[in-house]
Design a binder for this molecule. Structure first.
Ligand code: TPP
Ligand code: SF4
Length: 490
């Protein structure tokens, strides 16, 4: 159990901070001399002073400041790398009265998350961003950031950043200030008491704008990462004051706070019934909440691969099978993979169905069930079939029977021909699904599971083609054709 310490601190912080677990018992989350702690304190003070703790959400990034959630005593969410702006947009749109604080490092904001960020700024989303520019990736050990200076040596620019090779450091404030929507843009530093006081004012102004719903505010904070820049604390401040501010000048780049009217967006609709309807479709096929198929086939993870050309419905067939798994309360994953051409290029998808949790969605070996719609996919994926695996393939496009290992089985059906005769080649995937289900029912499922399977397929078709009754009907008929055709062969 980590040792607990207690000091006086702003009310925006938790009363107790826990030390970081590990061998060095004195460590907190941030290194000595790091700027994150100072900025945290300025924000926590402002939250407390404005009395907004109960309606503030602070979005922790990926990066060193992920640890913000150990410190701020307000609502908090932690988002994937660079996705702060997307989460902030959802939060502020869903609850316009909430105060949303985005806190991002230069890797998080200016590299992986830049498009998210700049689009949110351009929309003038009602939230404020504190952007910590320490000219490096701190958490991952000192790689070059979009804001690393020309000539700056980092782990990934050991000879110094070169503009011809890596481009120029991104001037984020200058870019955002050019946009029409943002209300307030300022760059500050944390190097001296005077600068920290300026930063304090900037933090407050940005949060004040958020309280008054004036739109998007950005405060860029030049901050130290002495560990990765391999400097002592005073050298770090000197580097910021002399080198960083030369390229990233401090100051206000835009401030329309005094003149901006409140940004009013249409009120969000909280129609519980339509949300429930969208999320939990009504399906006629009732299975008990704890029922997860009894057939031995499901005693282990069922790994399925579907391969064909783009346009053959490979990916949607995978979705339908995954939806069938959901009907039986099984965990499912669906992983599509297709070339840039979409129509005509190769496409495949992996579906995993499991009573337990699914580790990885990738199927590239030990495939239990292979559904193959064209010859190149047969050549490519047959080697992935498990020793006791089953292949169901379209013999109208693959006339030759595959060469199997002793324990493997293959079932052929003229899927494309049947669909063409039926009047719609696009339904070939539903024909294949019917054929697959015939095989499963005959050889692999208990009577109870077999009895449920057609309904699960029809409900899955309704789910996947929701609102398109004609398509559901057509595919259901094609499913029947595949089922009957395979039954006649078995
Ligand atoms: C999708 C994804 N890509 C990469 C990473 C690895 N990663 C973790 S933190 C980080 C960089 C963070 O740097 P910055 O935003 O500057 O924050 P700092 O640590 O300097 O405060 C990276 C690349 C990740 N966690 N997730
Ligand atoms: S690695 Fe750098 S940014 Fe991260 S906590 Fe340490 S000093 Fe701060």
């Amino acid at each position: 159990m980590a040792e607990k310490i207690k000091f006086g601190r702003p009310k925006g912080f938790f009363d107790i901070f826990e030390r970081r677990p590990g061998t060095i018992k004195k460590n907190m989350s941030y290194c000595p001399g790091c700027g994150h702690g100072i900025l945290h304190k300025l924000i926590a003070e402002a939250i407390a002073d404005f009395g907004i703790q109960d309606k503030t959400t602070l979005i922790s990034p990926v990066g060193c400041a992920v640890f913000a959630y150990y410190y701020f005593d307000c609502f908090g969410i932690q988002v994937p790398h660079g996705r702060s702006a997307a989460a902030a947009t959802g939060l502020t749109r869903a609850n316009p009265e909430s105060i949303i604080i985005g806190y991002q490092g230069d890797g998080d904001l200016a590299a992986i998350g830049f498009n998210n960020f700049i689009q949110a700024a351009n929309r003038g989303e009602n939230y404020c961003v504190f952007f910590v520019n320490n000219a490096i990736y701190g958490m991952t050990g000192g790689q070059m950031a979009p804001t690393s200076l020309i000539g700056q040596k980092t782990v990934t620019s050991p000879y110094g950043r070169d503009a011809l090779s890596e481009g120029y450091p991104l001037k984020v404030c200058e870019m955002v200030a050019q946009l029409q929507a943002p209300v307030y843009v300022e760059r500050v530093a944390l190097t001296s008491t005077k600068n920290i006081m300026k930063a304090r004012q900037a933090v407050r102004k940005a949060i004040q704008n958020n309280i008054e719903k004036k739109g998007f505010s950005l405060v860029e904070v030049l901050s130290g990462c002495p560990v990765n820049l391999k400097m002592k604390a005073d050298e770090m401040d000197q580097f910021i004051d002399e080198k960083m501010t030369e390229y990233f000048p401090l100051g206000v780049f835009k401030d329309e706070s005094a003149d901006r009217a409140r940004v009013e967006r249409p009120a969000p609709v909280y129609d519980r019934d339509s949300v429930v309807k969208a999320m939990y479709r009504e399906v006629g096929h009732e299975v008990g909440a704890d029922y997860r198929c009894e057939s031995p086939l499901f005693d282990r993870e069922l790994r399925i691969k579907i391969g064909g050309f783009g346009g053959q419905g490979v990916l949607s067939l995978g979705l339908i099978i995954a939806a069938m798994g959901k009907q039986h309360n099984l965990n499912v994953s669906w992983l599509p993979s297709y070339g840039p051409e979409m129509r005509g290029g190769t496409a495949n998808c992996a579906v995993i169905v499991n009573r337990g949790t699914i580790g990885s969605p990738i199927v590239d070996s030990n495939c239990d069930l292979l559904i193959i719609l064209n010859r190149p996919s047969m050549e490519k994926y047959l080697p992935e079939l498990a020793d006791d695996g089953i292949a169901v393939y379209d013999s109208s496009t693959i006339p030759e029977a595959p060469v199997l290992k002793p324990g493997q089985k293959a079932f052929a059906i003229d899927g494309a021909d049947i669909a063409e005769k039926f009047g719609n080649l696009k339904c070939a995937n539903a024909v294949m699904l019917g054929a697959l289900c015939a095989v499963l029912k005959k050889h692999y499922l208990t009577p109870k599971d077999a009895g449920d399977l057609d309904n699960a397929a029809f409900d899955a078709l309704s789910e996947c083609f929701s609102g398109k009754e004609k398509i559901v009907k057509m595919n259901s008929e094609a499913y029947r054709l595949g089922l009957d055709a395979m039954n006649r062969k078995l």
